[in-house]
Design a protein around this ligand. Structure first.
Ligand SMILES: [Zn+2]
Length: 422
């Protein structure tokens, strides 16, 4: 049987039910696949995904689901959620809503590609049809205005409701045709014609007229190496996409207590308010850290051999950045109270399950900040670094454990440093 006779969708893309016979069965990695004498099931090809459906077994009420259809070496194979044997007569029924949805997307793609090429000279280099959206890649960088113009033109072809026809042609006939894209096969060349718009080589399923595509909605474009990717939805998908977008906008408008048209303005105003609040918060946070640091300096500062030493622990930090603010403010308070005295300031805080450490040291301190952190953290599987005057790091341990390690390293340089004084 010829390919054209075996694949029933070629001559009738509206055929939903057909009678056939199982002519081959194979097992592949636990799945059963069958070939049918003829079939209306569309196998994944030309960018269009496969059909699903059911095979009813003749003479009984039993049915087996078809979960995937693929072509292998020119033969159409149906994957089953069950089993059948050679010679069994079956009635096949394809899932029509899935198929018709793909017909709308596929024909919409032909219309869009033709309009992009005719209006802007932008050729389609590849086409993707997915379960939720489709896309074409064009070989030109396009402006949003140009894309909008083509979307309108493409929809005008739908409103005209012109016939869409598919037929097989001979090589002689082919040589007289002006195709958008050269056929990828040498024999069984099938041409899909959108009357007045284009002829194109295609093995896919299309509706009988452009009106059935319903609508073409471009949802976004992406610039990509000298070209443009155009993402779109057609027909039923365009309707549900538009409905979803309206629901989302309404939800946003209700949340902001404004009308849908005022959402962009309300969002801009919220962003400005947020920026201003954040600025005020940062200023207050800085003031608070200054007061907190003064408390630490007043209650926990030790003077050892004329060096001011502060080791402070904060079990739970609101933000890890707080440690730096506290250390800097403490240094300012120490400099006020003990001008020119060497100092070492260590803050250890808990954040996201780790002990974080910030150290600031005077240039004339008996131990450098980076030296101290590199001595204390590696034994705790932590790491850190910095300069002689400022260092930071972290370790996967409790705050107290990290503070104890830092204290004992400090004691190596300042033997009379004691944690008990805290
Ligand atoms: Zn096609």
């Amino acid at each position: 049987m010829s390919v054209q006779a075996e694949r029933l969708y070629y001559s009738d893309s509206y055929l939903k039910e057909f009678v056939s016979i199982v002519i081959d069965v194979k097992e592949d990695e636990g799945d059963t696949w069958v070939r049918l004498r003829e079939s209306a099931f569309y196998p994944t090809s030309g960018g269009q995904p496969y059909d699903t459906g059911v095979l009813f077994i003749e003479g009984g009420s039993e049915a087996v689901r078809v979960t995937e259809v693929q072509v292998e070496e020119g033969q159409v194979w149906h994957r089953l959620a069950g089993s059948l044997s050679v010679g069994q007569a079956v009635t096949g029924r394809i899932d029509w809503s899935r198929r018709f949805d793909f017909m709308q997307q596929h024909c919409g793609q032909h219309i869009l590609s033709a309009c992009f090429e005719q209006a802007l000279g932008a050729k389609t280099s590849s086409f993707h049809m997915g379960d939720t959206y489709s896309s074409i890649d064009l070989d030109k960088d396009l402006t949003d205005d140009a894309v909008l113009l083509v979307m309108r033109r493409a929809n005008e072809w739908i409103w005209r409701d012109v016939p869409v026809r598919a037929r097989f042609v001979t090589e002689d006939e082919l040589s007289t045709m002006k195709l958008r894209k050269a056929p990828s096969v040498k024999e069984d060349i099938r041409i899909v014609t959108i009357e007045g718009l284009e002829d194109n080589a295609c093995g896919g399923t299309h509706p009988a007229s452009t009106g059935q595509v319903g609508q073409i909605l471009i949802t976004r474009t992406e610039r990509m190496h000298g070209g443009t990717r155009v993402v779109f939805v057609c027909g039923g998908r365009a309707l549900s996409t538009a409905k979803q977008a309206i629901d989302t906008l309404r939800g946003l408008a209700n949340g902001l207590s404004v009308g849908p048209d005022d959402v962009p303005l309300a969002v801009t105003s919220l962003q400005e308010q947020f920026k201003e609040s954040k600025r005020k918060y940062e200023a207050l946070r800085g003031q608070y850290s200054g007061l907190l640091a003064r408390d630490y300096v007043n209650t926990q500062l030790q003077t050892i051999d004329s060096t001011c030493v502060l080791v402070a622990e904060i079990p739970d930090l609101d933000e890890v950045h707080e440690l730096k603010r506290l250390a800097s403010s403490s240094v300012t308070w120490i400099a006020d109270a003990h001008p020119n005295a060497p100092y070492i300031v260590v803050f250890v805080g808990g954040w996201m399950g780790r002990a974080h450490v910030v150290i600031q040291a005077a240039e004339n301190a008996p131990v450098a900040a980076n030296q101290l952190i590199q001595a204390a953290l590696p034994p705790l599987n932590g790491k850190g670094g910095g300069t002689a005057v400022a260092a930071q790091g972290s370790a996967p341990v409790a705050v107290k454990e990290a503070a104890d390690s830092l204290a004992s390293c400090l004691r190596a340089n300042l033997p009379s440093f004691s944690r008990e004084l805290h």
